[in-house]
Structure formats: structure tokens, C-alpha cells
Design a protein around this ligand. Structure first.
Ligand code: WTA
Length: 667
């Protein structure tokens, strides 16, 4: 069993308590139900039942909008851990997201409504988005990108990032988007792991009034990435504020690449793309696990597309005329599934915003909702808690009456934040969908369907279609109602990750070998007497800090790579704003003093991983509590980080005086 699975981590102590007491129910309004795609609990239940008992019929009926060039012969093949879905089908994902809308008369509908942080705006219709994707596809083909090649994308929240992803999909190249908040070291590691041939980046991106110099950071990474042959650079900021150096023979401006006349063969391929096998790798997305090495979660073509398409349509109850805004960064899975592939495959109008929620002030989101008439808003509890703290006066300045549905994702939402979101942002009339899922699941697994089910603040609701999910004990026996246990998925589902890039064994060990024959999520949960799920949080060595997944082992290996550090342990501490805060305990090598080191270690994390992984507290200590076999006792460190008495079994602790010393140490 991976270390750390013997206890359940509680991310927010106060809120967990209130989540345990929470029994309010919020049914959707009659008005909402009348127009909803699925209008009753009975309709939800019978569709869910169909999806599990007769997946062939369910998926056939619900994927009629997707473009398959060759129809599938069989819905799935399952030889643990190898899954295939839509067996025998061929398709090109970009056709479902783009071409099909041109044929159904939606060519002039806005596909992306973009607003930059400084307030510049751009709208791309489906026709224009299609044209941009075709141009980039041809340019990439001319650069030598072929089916099966990997392309790294290190960009911010600009329409071209979506264009880049779709162009890769169109060519059959597997993209790997690396969040723009990652450092050059982290970028290098990911590029080398997937062996990317081309990097797409931009000069810089706006963030809270300053420029994040993405190309400069990429240059540092590129010094040691032998697989990269070409780099395409989008000009977002301009030379005055963000000068860049272009390396002769390797780097090309995006606009120059697009303006060159493509070869006939490349243009033909871009206009009439090939169809790929249902299991062709669509993308690799790196996420944190319980070792220092990030995991390259690999998603394939048909199952992923079907999962995100059907979930976007039903969970967000999408219809023509909706302006849908998912505030997640495109560098994380939510950005992939619910900013790009899901909504575009549904023909939605997607709002894309480049910058921070509080720039120039805390009314920025609400101003955008009013200005663009946003109808559906999908954001994270961390953001909601920050808005609560900033004060009700900011949303009060704006007309939010266009909103009709709200969503939450990324971490448990505490009932206080839920009710604020419902009352202040949703005006009491918008249902809230609290969606639980993961990078590995590809699409939403747990949620309430907005017109069909009531919500309970703090609960992630019920299983989505095709999802057989349960709370179990260590050996797989199902827990009783309200009994805490491990959240597992018992049947494969179309959008599940197929493997970890270049590491089938790790995939098997992390997900399928923990509890026999089921997929282990890494989360603890309980299911109540109404069948509603309550996710407690990670029970492995992964933290969820402000909705960002951070592996404790990644932080620790970054810290011990600093010359002054002997040993390090990273743990989470409950935090009202971020859900969890990151606390690190550090012992130093002989001859090094704690004095002045704190900021150096923080800078070191910035460099090794990225600023988003900065520890909230660094605590120096002479030694770390260990078992007699030498394992660091994180459970105790967690208690100490939270300011509690170290509870539980300390009988295996090697030296009790370490504990006493740690408690008195200052942060
Ligand atoms: C957590 C983000 C409670 C959970 C989509 C999961 C949640 C991890 C929720 C995946 C939610 C996500 N309620 N917890 N609604 N959504 N989580 O891969 O611990 O970045 O395992 O995917 O976030 O994070 P990831």
C-alpha cells in the first residue's frame, strides 16, 4: 500500500465539521427544470442505469453529434489495465469540434470570446476558429510534425492555445500542454519525458499587471531538450515590454509561420484531415503523484471526446445562446476538457479570460460576466473563498442576471462558500453543480444534474452516466452509508486515462493494484443515505493547494536538491482560503544556518517547480520524526503543522524528543 494511505486527510477542519452536519437540500427551480435537458430524478436514474447496463445503446444514442469516419464495432474491450472504447472507430477530434458546426449552420456563432487582462478583446466565430486551426495545422505539417509526434505547448490563456491544441489533434500529433506557471526546470523535465519535437509558446503573458516572460523561461529549458527541433513563438505582448531572443534555425514567429504559403500537401492535410484510430493518443498531461517524478497522464481519442462531450452537454445543460465561462487555466485538465474539447464539441460560445480574478480589482470577474452576458460560470472553491473575503460590494456593482447555472471544481467546497456562491453570485436562482473528477478520469464523474437532482451544499452529488463509483474499505468491500472509506471506480469508462506515458507499470501500481480490480482515485469519501457522495480529499501523498495538485515528494525532492538541505518533509495544513496550505519541515546539512535560508528555499522551489508551489511555511528542525525503519512520520508532522497535539500512535517513533522539539520550533 502506498505510504500515507492509512489515514484520511481532512483539508479544512472547520468546514469538514459543517459538511458533516449539512443536510439542507436545494432543488432546482421549476423554471430551470422546465427547460433543462434532463428534468427529473427518475429520468437521471433510468439513463444512469442504461449507461451501466447497456453501454452500447447509451453511447450510441448520446454520441450522434460526434463525427466518426468509421463507425465503431464494439463499445469497449477491457483487459485490466488496458481499456479500449469505441473499438474499430476512426475519427478526427477537430472535426467534431469545428467542421461539423460549419455544416450545421453555426459557422457565424462565436466559438471563443476572449478578453485579455488589459481589457483587449477578440471574438472568433466557428468559421474563424476553423480557419486559424487549418492554417496552423498546415504550418506545423510544413515544420515536419507528423501523426504520433509530440508537441509541447507552453502558453497562457489566449485563443491561440486552443488553436494549437486543435491543430495538433487535427494532425494526429499528441499535445502536452505545460501550465504557464511552471518554471523552466519543470518545463524541461516534461518536454524530455514526452520527447516533444516542437514547442509552441508566446513572448509573454499578462498576469496581475505584469508580464510572465514565457519565451525567456522556455529558452532556459531549451538549453537541455535535445528532442525539440522547432519553436513557434506567438507575439502577445510585444518587444517593448517583453523582448525575446530568437534562435536562428530553431525559433520562428507564429505569424511568420502562418504567412508562409504552405505546401500543397500540408494544406490538403489541414483542410481534409486524416482520421485516427479511436485509441490514438490525443494528449499527455502531467500531474502530480506520490513520487517526485510527475506522471504523464495519457488520454486517447474517441473515449475522451465522448466523455467530455456528453458531460459538458448534460452537466452544464448547454443550449444554443449560452455564454459559457470556465475560469480554469488551459494548462490543467479542467482547461482541456471544459474550456476546449467539451464545449467546442457542443458548439458552445466559450469565454476565455487571460488574467487574474483580482486585477485591477476584485470586480473583474463580475464585470466580465455582465459585459459578455455569461450564462454559465464554472470556477473553483478557492476563488469563491477569495471573493467572499474581498467582500460582497464587488459583485454588487454588476448585473449578474445573465447567469443561470454555476459550477464548482477542484476541491471540496465548504457549505459556507457554497451558500455564498448560490446567494450572492447566483441570486438564489442558479443551480450549482459541484463536479468531482481528476486529470486521470478525463471528464466529470460525480455531480448533480442541474434540472434533475437537488444539491446538498458540500456534496459532489451522484455518479454521472457510465460511472460505477463506490466508497470501499481496504480490501474492496463497500462501506455502509455514511461510513468513510476510499473512493474507487469499479468499471472502466470511456474518458479514463489509458496509461502513464512510458510507464505502464506505474499506471498499474498507482491506480489498479491498490485495491483489487478497481480504479483507486487517491481520495477519501463517504456516501450518505441518499446515495450522495461527500469527498473528503486526498488520502495519498498529494496535496491540493488552492485547487492545484502538488505532490509532497516533488516538493521534497526539489528541496533536497538545494545544497544546504539534508532532509525535507512536505505536508498540508488546513487553510481557510486555499483549502490546504503547504508546510515544509527541513533539516540542514552541517555548516549551514537557518538564518536567511527561508527565502532562498522559497526561490529554489520557484525555480524547480514554479511559484504556484511555494510553501506557505518553512520550518527548520534538527531532525524529523521517523519510524524505527526510517520512514518519516508525516501523520505527526501534519498534526504539528496544523498546530495540534500530535495524536495517534507514536509507538513506532524512534526518538520522542524529536516531537517535543518540533512542537516548540518556530515557523
Ligand atoms: C480533488 C481536477 C472535492 C480531488 C479536476 C481529486 C475535488 C483531485 C473536486 C483531482 C470536488 C476535484 N470536490 N474534491 N468537486 N474536484 N477534487 O487532477 O482530490 O487537478 O482527486 O483534477 O482534486 O485534481 P486534478
Amino acid at each position: 500500500m502506498p505510504e500515507g494511505l492509512d489515514f484520511v486527510e481532512v483539508p479544512m477542519s472547520d468546514s469538514i465539521e459543517s459538511r458533516l452536519k449539512e443536510d439542507r437540500r436545494f432543488p432546482p427551480s421549476a423554471e430551470f427544470c422546465r427547460h433543462a435537458r434532463i428534468q427529473s430524478h427518475a429520468a437521471y436514474t433510468s439513463l444512469h442505469q442504461l449507461s451501466l447496463e447497456d453501454p452500447e445503446t447509451f453511447w450510441r444514442e448520446h454520441t450522434t453529434d460526434l463525427v466518426f469516419r468509421t463507425p465503431w464495432k464494439k463499445i469497449s474491450e477491457w483487459n485490466l489495465p488496458k481499456a479500449k472504447f469505441f473499438v474499430g472507430a476512426t475519427l478526427n477530434v477537430s472535426e467534431s469540434c469545428l467542421d461539423r458546426h460549419l455544416q450545421t449552420g453555426e459557422a457565424t456563432r462565436a466559438a471563443i470570446v476572449w478578453e485579455g487582462e488589459p481589457g483587449d478583446t477578440r471574438t472568433l466565430t466557428y468559421l474563424e476558429l476553423h480557419r486559424e486551426v487549418v492554417r496552423l495545422t498546415a504550418a506545423l505539417a510544413d515544420l515536419g510534425v507528423k501523426q504520433g509526434d509530440r508537441v509541447a505547448i507552453y502558453m497562457g490563456m489566449v485563443p491561440e492555445t486552443a488553436v494549437a491544441m486543435l491543430a495538433c489533434a487535427r494532425l494526429g500529433a499528441t499535445h502536452s500542454v505545460i501550465f504557464g506557471g511552471f518554471s523552466s526546470d519543470a518545463l524541461r523535465e516534461r518536454i524530455n519525458d514526452c520527447g516533444a519535437k516542437v514547442l509552441l509558446t508566446q513572448d509573454g503573458a499578462w498576469r496581475r499587471g505584469s508580464v510572465v516572460p514565457l519565451k525567456k523561461m522556455a529558452d532556459e529549458a531549451l538549453a537541455k531538450t535535445p528532442s525539440i527541433e522547432k519553436v513557434l513563438v506567438l507575439r502577445r505582448i510585444g518587444h517593448d515590454r517583453c523582448p525575446v531572443t530568437m534562435k536562428e534555425g530553431r525559433d520562428l514567429w507564429w505569424e511568420d509561420a502562418l504567412e508562409r504559403k504552405p505546401s500543397d500537401a500540408s494544406m490538403k492535410l489541414a483542410k481534409h484531415p486524416e482520421a485516427f484510430d479511436a485509441e490514438h493518443p490525443l494528449f499527455i498531461l502531467y500531474t502530480s503523484g506520490s513520487t517526485g517524478k510527475p506522471k504523464g497522464v495519457m488520454h486517447t481519442t474517441a473515449g475522451y471526446l465522448a466523455g467530455v462531450h456528453v458531460s459538458t452537454k448534460y452537466v452544464f445543460d448547454l443550449r444554443a445562446g449560452d455564454v459559457y465561462w470556465c475560469t480554469a487555466d488551459v494548462g490543467w485538465v479542467t482547461g482541456h476538457s471544459y474550456l476546449v474539447y467539451g464545449p467546442l464539441s457542443c458548439g458552445a460560445t466559450v469565454m476565455l479570460y487571460e488574467g487574474a480574478p483580482n486585477f485591477p480589482d476584485w470586480s473583474r470577474f463580475w464585470q466580465l460576466v455582465e459585459k459578455h452576458g455569461v450564462t454559465i460560470l464554472y470556477t473553483a472553491p478557492t476563488a469563491i473563498r477569495a471573493f467572499i473575503r474581498a467582500g460582497d460590494e464587488w459583485p454588487a456593482k454588476h448585473d449578474l442576471s445573465s447567469l443561470r447555472l454555476l459550477g464548482s471544481v477542484g476541491e471540496p467546497i465548504n457549505p459556507e462558500a457554497w451558500t455564498w456562491y448560490h446567494r450572492v453570485i447566483g441570486g438564489g436562482r442558479c443551480p450549482i453543480v459541484d463536479t468531482w473528477w481528476q486529470t486521470e478520469t478525463g471528464s466529470i464523474m460525480l455531480t448533480t444534474l442541474p434540472g434533475a437532482c437537488y444539491s446538498k451544499p458540500g456534496s459532489t452529488g451522484l455518479p454521472f452516466f457510465g460511472v460505477d463509483i463506490a466508497v470501499v474499505k481496504d480490501r474492496g468491500e463497500e462501506c455502509k452509508a455514511n461510513e468513510g472509506g476510499k473512493l474507487v471506480i469499479r468499471q472502466p469508462w470511456p474518458s479514463m486515462a489509458r496509461t502513464l506515458w512510458n510507464d505502464d507499470q506505474r499506471y498499474l501500481d498507482t491506480y489498479w493494484n491498490v485495491i483489487p480490480n478497481v480504479y483507486f482515485t487517491g481520495d477519501g469519501a463517504r456516501r450518505d443515505e441518499d446515495g450522495y457522495f461527500w469527498v473528503v480529499g486526498r488520502i495519498d501523498d498529494v496535496l491540493n493547494v488552492a485547487g492545484h495538485r502538488i505532490g509532497t515528494a516533488e516538493i521534497e525532492s526539489a528541496l533536497v536538491s538545494h545544497p544546504a538541505v539534508a532532509e525535507a518533509a512536505a505536508v498540508g495544513r488546513p487553510d481557510d482560503l486555499k483549502g490546504q496550505a503547504l508546510v515544509v519541515f527541513v533539516t540542514l546539512k552541517q555548516g549551514h544556518e537557518a538564518k536567511d535560508l527561508k527565502s532562498k528555499l522559497v526561490e529554489h522551489i520557484d525555480k524547480e517547480i514554479g511559484k504556484f508551489a511555494r510553501p506557505d511555511a518553512v520550518r527548520f528542525t534538527d531532525s524529523l520524526p521517523k519510524t524505527r525503519s526510517g520512514k518519516i512520520m508525516r501523520r505527526l508532522l501534519k498534526e504539528i503543522a496544523a498546530g495540534n497535539e500530535a495524536k495517534g500512535d507514536t509507538s513506532t517513533l524512534e526518538d520522542l524528543s524529536v516531537l517535543a522539539k518540533l512542537r516548540t520550533d518556530e515557523e
